[in-house]
Design a protein around this ligand. Structure first.
Ligand code: AMP
Ligand code: MG
Length: 411
């Protein structure tokens, strides 16, 4: 349901250096050859192959040195028969020359005199005609499609865009995600804790998770547990593409997110059969112009917040960005201790996955209370115990979702 209400966003023209992780909204064709002109792959001497063919240590070929050509230099002097031009990596191949002889295949070292130009050079070794010449268009030819629509831009992709001369690129817009933590007990980190107060951590884990998805988090001020304050604070974020609140979605009297969601839009579902994270609400908030913003009301317990974000919000954000990886990569791991599933929910168990002799083993990462955030620090995976599994024994295999940054476990 969440996915079916998340639409791919419109595109925007973006400077290439801020488009990492965004999806290309159009094919990219190169307007030019890369390299644009034939150039040398080595520092050496530009020569005519016919002059040096057969050169060896025993039978060196002597050539006049008629000039110097550096990268960025103009190839306005030809290499005449019996002559050569000293040339640096990246410099254009001068007219007349067809082959490059690297310094180390000449006697240059023994001829060097400080402050003096070398007038003549002996070629001691030669490979094929055209050696060390990078032809024009060797990598990319003009008109070639270099990147396809739908590509999620990586460092190499952005490098290719730059190398074909593009400073901007048309990509699917990053969603802006409004984040509101709710609760009378919350104060901001960096301030002093009063009686019965706790620090608001969910806004920050959520904002970071949103960033990890490639979207733009917008942390809004904490809302207090009144309909008025919730309504007012939520109204200030309605221009976002996606709305996330934390807490206030359980069955308590002060859990008012559902009420506000129902009043200010619609609530499509509430509660899911999972642990942690049962009290999850999903629906829409209505903007002034009657358009709708998808809203996930995540549970407030810190780990429930993270796990439900990962299972429900991340796929939706990915879809809005036209990125395909909606599911966490999974591996099979051998349980090292039994797992109980008391009440028929799908459990996401924080776990430490470890490779031993080519097999992956899993043990539980500390206390599994939905408020024990440090076990999320320890975990590199989430074991998925299905709702119909009452118990999984030690030695049995379970499915594990690999958490962000621990993809090495997939090898
Ligand atoms: P609630 O759903 O409002 O009953 O909250 C569930 C639990 O999560 C309570 O113990 C809250 O104190 C805690 N909690 C709610 N919001 C946050 C937050 N932003 N940061 C850390 N803990 C929170
Ligand atoms: Mg609360």
């Amino acid at each position: 349901m969440v996915l079916s209400h998340a639409d791919v966003l419109d595109s925007e023209l973006k400077p290439i250096d801020s488009a990492l992780g965004q999806t290309l909204a159009e094919h990219v064709l190169s307007p030019i050859n890369i390299p644009p002109m034939a150039n040398t792959a080595m520092d050496g001497y530009a020569v005519r192959w016919a002059d040096v063919v057969g050169a060896s240590l025993k039978s060196p070929r002597s050539l006049k040195v008629s000039g110097l050509l550096v990268a960025g230099g103009r190839p306005d002097k030809s290499v005449l028969p019996g002559a050569s031009i000293r040339i640096m990596t990246g410099a254009p191949i001068p007219p007349g020359a067809d082959t490059i002889i690297p310094f180390e295949d000449t006697d240059e070292e023994s001829r060097k005199v400080k402050g003096k130009q070398i007038k003549e050079i002996s070629i001691l070794k030669v490979f094929a005609k055209g050696a060390c010449v990078r032809p024009a268009g060797e990598d990319i030819s003009a008109g070639q499609k270099v990147l396809s629509k739908g590509t999620v831009l990586s460092a190499a992709d952005i490098g290719v865009l730059a190398s074909v001369g593009k400073s901007t690129v048309r990509v699917v817009r990053r969603p802006s995600v409004a984040i509101i933590s709710t609760g009378d007990e919350l104060v901001e980190p960096g301030t002093k804790l009063g009686v019965s107060q706790i620090y608001n951590s969910n806004s920050y884990t959520l904002a970071t998770l949103v960033l990890t998805c490639g979207a733009i988090p917008r942390i809004l001020p904490v809302a207090r547990d009144t309909v008025e304050d919730l309504t007012r604070k939520m109204a200030s974020g309605l221009d976002a593409d996606f709305f996330i609140t934390s807490a206030g979605v359980s069955t308590g009297e002060y859990d008012l997110v559902k009420d506000v969601l129902t009043r200010e839009g619609s609530m499509d579902f509430w509660r899911v059969r999972m642990r942690p994270g049962r009290p999850l609400a999903f629906g829409f908030l209505r903007r002034q112009d009657n358009s709708l913003v998808p809203h996930l009301g995540l549970p407030g317990n810190t780990v429930a917040t993270m796990v439900t974000f990962d299972q429900f919000a991340r796929p939706a954000i990915y879809k809005m960005m036209a990125k395909s990886l909606a599911k966490r990569p999974t591996v099979a791991a051998v349980l090292q201790e039994p797992l109980m599933n008391r009440d028929g929910r799908r459990c996401f168990v924080r776990a430490i996955l470890e490779k031993k002799e080519g097999r992956l083993f899993a043990r539980v990462a500390g206390s599994q209370g939905s408020n024990i955030l440090t076990s999320m620090v320890l975990a590199n995976g989430l074991l998925v115990v299905r709702e119909d599994q009452l118990r999984v024994e030690a030695g049995e295999e379970v499915e594990a979702q690999v958490l962000e940054g621990h993809e090495y476990l997939l090898q």
